[in-house]
Design a protein around this ligand. Sequence first.
Ligand code: ATP
Length: 443
Amino acid sequence: MAETTMEKIVSLCKRRGFIFQSSEIYGGLSGAWDYGPLGVQLKNNIRDFWWKEMTQMHDNIVGLDASILMHPKVWEASGHVANFTDPMVDCKQCKNRFRADQIDLTAACPNCGTKDSFTEPRNFNLMFSTHIGAVHDEGSTIYLRPETAQGIYLDFKNVVQSSRVKIPFGIAQVGKAFRNEITTKNFIFRSLEFEQMEMQYFVKPGSDEKWFSFWREQRMEFYHKMGITPSRLRWHRHGPDELAFYAKDAYDIQFLFPMGWQELEGVHNRTDYDLNQHQKFSGKDLSYLEQETHERYIPYVVETSAGLTRNVLMALSDAYTEETLEGGDVRTVLRFHPAIAPITVAVLPLVKKDGISELSEKLERQLREDFATFYDQGGAIGRRYRRMDEIGTPYCVTVDYQTLDDNTVTLRFRDSMEQVRVHLDDLVARIHLETKQYKRVEE
Ligand code: ATP
């Protein structure tokens, strides 16, 4: 099995329209990325898979879409103004900037090799700031949110008062976040603008450890359900020096990316820190009254915080395979779970003549009701299959002369390349069933 490198993924993503560098025609803006036709579909599918898992499959989680811009006091209360910093150093020789916690300060500069060239570490706040209105004074400064979580805390009371939720319950949100990262490498792994999928679960103090362990289990299961190779996922528990100052306990789900094991999602016990802080800074009561016991308390929060765009990189890295076929041909396949593949079904007429194209086009239009489809009649059938394999399309339907006789088509499976004949009346149900029962064939 050939090694999956980041170069191969980046190249496929550009070639097939998954991900482009932002502002490429101007030389690019590093740390910012555009999701092309297939990339946005993949990203939306992962988002929808998460959203369904969180809000539809749990009976006590509701959704929210809070504003990116919030009152500046929010970030004072949350601790981001004072603490959301990374220590950075500059190389005096080549002027490159590094995160002090990511390099050996006693070694030579990793960029130019000069010894003893680093400045003293300085703290650098990661929040992007901007201004409201025409006057750029201190009073007009606002921030682009560096995490989606705070919007959820601010609306905690609104949700309790307007919905029939009762503790324990969760609020889920997907949206953009911005961080002025010192180093942005490894493609979309760490970018300045990214998307998060966060869920804050509000629980009674004392029950937090139970829910913390419940959510750890759920979150790992989610990735298995999404078809990610289990041996490429692991837990990392934060040691005392990694733990955020507000957190009681924290675990990361790490994934084995092409550059090594890295964080994919954090599951954190944030205690009552955030709600307490917002209560203090806003002067508004954010406590919760338990109907049954008449107890009043500030809930504890168990947070599951995943990067959506980082999930896209995980899905691509995990799916990417190069297979040598009989005869020596190499095929590149993205083995996405069918639930997240950008295109689910491709319809391919074996030949263009004798009404076969027309029948195929009609079939493709019918399938659109249920699936993301693609119609391709250009080139040899083998090449068309390869093109679909390379973008991870799990099913190809081929229409041929036999179809004209008996209304059956060939259904071809991406992973096994196996082909079966299916009656047109059974096609939609069969594809739904195959998707539901999908198991990735292990290499
Ligand atoms: P790191 O220590 O790597 O900077 P973090 O621990 O600060 O990350 P969190 O604040 O816990 O990250 O963010 C939750 C999730 O959001 C991360 O697990 C990651 O998937 C995603 N994320 C955070 N920063 C970025 C970024 N700059 N680009 C893309 N995704 C990010």
